[in-house]
Design a protein around this ligand. Structure first.
Ligand code: DLL
Length: 435
């Protein structure tokens, strides 16, 4: 199902023509309205008129998270503040937050992009949407709320947390759609099992999950445990929150809302564009945002782009499921390791729960990786010998598949804190100056 057939099935020629027009408008506008961009363009020796073809976007300077912090709170605003009708923010893990202001038009675009996400997930006005993304400064709660309201769903704004209440509401109200992070979906599944409620027998049929990396095996685990189809949403505060990309019934990559966001992939080290289809860092330029347009924002997310015919009929380019963030990449025995690779391998081991944490320590000059994963209750309780056997099995599997030696700790059930939002997967215990 399509929400906006015209926008979602445009020919590449028509789309690129529209993108160029919107790109030129955006560049001209930020040059005029935002001193930060004026300065950056000057330093790069570029004028708005230099953007004649879509590829010319590569001449523009990148914007990075520290730029947003330096310009905190509203230095990147391109409209008078009286035109701002909403401000979201993301705290990140350190330092000052970054802000996401919206005009009334921006909220309209956001609702449209999210309505496409819901519709692609097979959600209609008949559905009851339990929205367990956090409401507040985080863009998840109110972003999903806007989209579901536009589709005319009945929205139940549970926000995140109070897991037992989530399950009671899910059962009593007959929620058909659940929106939250994938790790919270797993927390809900587990709690429901403990409450002896079989979610598979409830009307719930679709989930729209995002805001953190998760692998295909994790998706399958969630689908099996909740008895639903697990769909995906991708986005970031800097670009207006969720609604940047979404997957469709093919569940094979996420379509980017290309009439709103121009995507590029660059080499994460050299920042040069990579050939189409190759993995690298995802860069976005907003094409329609009014309050805070973004020029070539470096997301730090690693993925690749595929422009191919999709079974759903959409022509919008697809990005692969995010592989990981450059921030989260570890170098273990000289090998680049992303948490998602370990996740995928752990989910193949039947003796463990899909609850894990990666601890990184220094051992001499080398980084050492400790994989903490919960044993299933009966496995953990079978005694030390059984635990050693499973630890060795997992370490052997990781060594065999990735060529790295890791220490595996099979920890007791419930050892790892359950997530209600974004899960904490990596605990970095290296001294700051050695990371
Ligand atoms: O997480 C916006 C969002 C809310 C997206 C709800 C989807 C659903 P931030 O808090 O600014 O915004 O975090 C953005 O989260 O750069 C990615 O690293 C990660 N991320 C978001 N969606 C996905 C996803 C929201 N589907 C950062 N897969 C991004 C992997 C994701 N990572």
């Amino acid at each position: 199902m399509l929400w906006n057939k015209k926008a979602e099935t445009m020919t590449v020629e028509a789309l690129q023509k529209l993108q160029l027009e919107k790109l030129r408008e955006t560049v001209a506008r930020v040059q005029k309205k935002v001193p930060f961009y004026r300065r950056k363009f000057k330093e790069a020796g570029i004028k708005p008129d230099d953007i004649q073809r879509l590829e010319d976007v590569a001449k523009l300077p990148f914007t990075v998270k520290t730029d947003l912090r330096d310009e905190y709170p509203f230095g990147l605003c391109a409209v008078p503040f009286k035109d701002v009708v909403r401000v979201h923010a993301s705290s990140g893990t350190t330092g000052k937050p970054i802000t996401g202001p919206y005009t009334a038009d921006d909220l309209g675009f956001w609702a449209e992009c999210m309505a496409r996400n819901f519709t692609a997930a097979g959600v209609t006005g008949e559905d009851i949407v339990q929205n367990a993304y956090g409401y507040g400064l985080f863009t998840g709660g109110l972003g999903f709320h806007l989209g579901a309201s536009l589709v005319k769903c009945a929205v139940v704004p549970t926000s995140s947390g109070l897991t037992e209440r989530q399950i009671t509401i899910m059962k009593d109200f007959g929620s058909t759609v659940l929106c939250c992070t994938p790790s919270y979906a797993l927390t809900i599944a587990e709690r429901a099992e403990e409450m002896k409620i079989n979610v598979r027998d409830l009307p719930l049929r679709v989930g729209i999950f995002g805001a953190e990396p998760w692998t295909t095996p994790m998706r399958q685990e969630i689908e099996a445990r909740l008895g639903i189809k697990a769909m995906e949403a991708y986005g970031l505060t800097e670009l207006g929150g969720p609604g940047v990309a979404f997957d469709c019934e093919a569940q094979d990559g996420l379509h980017i809302n290309e009439d709103h966001y121009l995507a590029e992939i660059v080499d994460p080290v050299t920042f040069e564009p990579v050939p189409e289809g190759e993995k690298g860092e995802l860069i976005f330029t907003s094409l329609q945002r009014q309050a805070m347009p973004m020029i070539r924002y470096r997301t730090k997310d690693i993925t690749r782009l595929r422009r191919e015919k999709c079974a759903c009929g959409r022509t919008l380019v697809k990005m692969d499921k995010v592989f990981g963030r450059t921030d989260d990449m570890l170098i273990i025995s000289g090998v680049n390791v992303f948490p998602s690779q370990i996740e995928a391998l752990l989910l193949e081991i039947e003796e463990v729960e899909p609850q894990y944490r990666l601890v990184v320590r220094k051992k001499g000059y080398l980084d050492q990786l400790i994989v903490q994963v919960e044993g299933r209750k009966e496995v953990y309780e079978a005694g030390a010998e059984k635990r050693f056997e499973i630890e060795a099995k997992i370490a052997g599997h990781i060594k065999g598949m990735m060529g790295i030696s890791v220490e595996v700790n099979l920890v007791e059930p419930k050892f790892i804190a359950r997530s209600e939002g974004k899960a904490l997967r990596v605990v970095d215990e290296r001294p700051k100056q050695l990371r």
